[in-house]
Design a protein around this ligand. Structure first.
Ligand code: ATP
Length: 141
């Protein structure tokens, strides 16, 4: 009975990058990072196209929460199908934490330099990506 009720709430989510299909699942709910802030999506959501930001996407499946690090991108919700196109995305459990920490340290070091140029902007984005990866790898904390 409970399962049938949960099934009623499901919708399809796909996360696609230029390299691969990161995820294709039936999910119960999603919260993603958009330029306007966190954006929650449930089955039955009105058709919508929005921007995806560097950050952490959280979704629920079988009552359990999962975390994905996302780079910039776009998403579309239509007919109970959420399609997310991102420059990069990694499931929390697939993230190489050491690599993310090294990327964080490199970005911090660059940002510590005084001048503001293109490298500075790149370092800011790299810092955001590394923080999102560290957060997704540690269960959103
Ligand atoms: P790095 O400096 O460590 O390469 P980056 O932010 O420049 O980090 P991206 O250009 O965003 O890396 O990603 C390149 C590819 O590597 C993508 O496929 C991305 O999913 C993957 N990737 C990047 N960092 C990690 C990580 N810490 N764990 C797993 N995959 C990662």
């Amino acid at each position: 009975m409970a399962e049938a009720q949960a099934g009623h709430r499901l919708f399809k989510m796909e996360i696609i990058t230029p390299e691969r299909v990161v995820l294709e699942e039936e999910v119960e709910g999603v919260v993603l990072s958009s330029p306007e802030g966190f954006f929650g999506i449930l089955r039955g959501h009105a058709p919508f196209i929005g921007g995806l930001s560097i950050g952490v996407l959280k979704y629920r499946k079988d009552g359990k929460l999962h975390w994905i690090a996302t780079d910039n991108g776009v998403f579309e919700m239509s007919e109970n199908r959420l399609r997310i196109l991102a420059d990069a995305a990694e499931r929390g459990e697939d993230i190489n934490v050491l690599r993310a920490k090294e990327a964080y340290d490199r970005a911090k070091q660059r940002l510590g330099q005084r001048y503001e140029d293109l490298d500075h902007l790149r370092a800011e984005l790299a810092l955001k990506r590394s923080l999102a990866r560290l957060k997704a790898a540690s269960g959103g904390v």
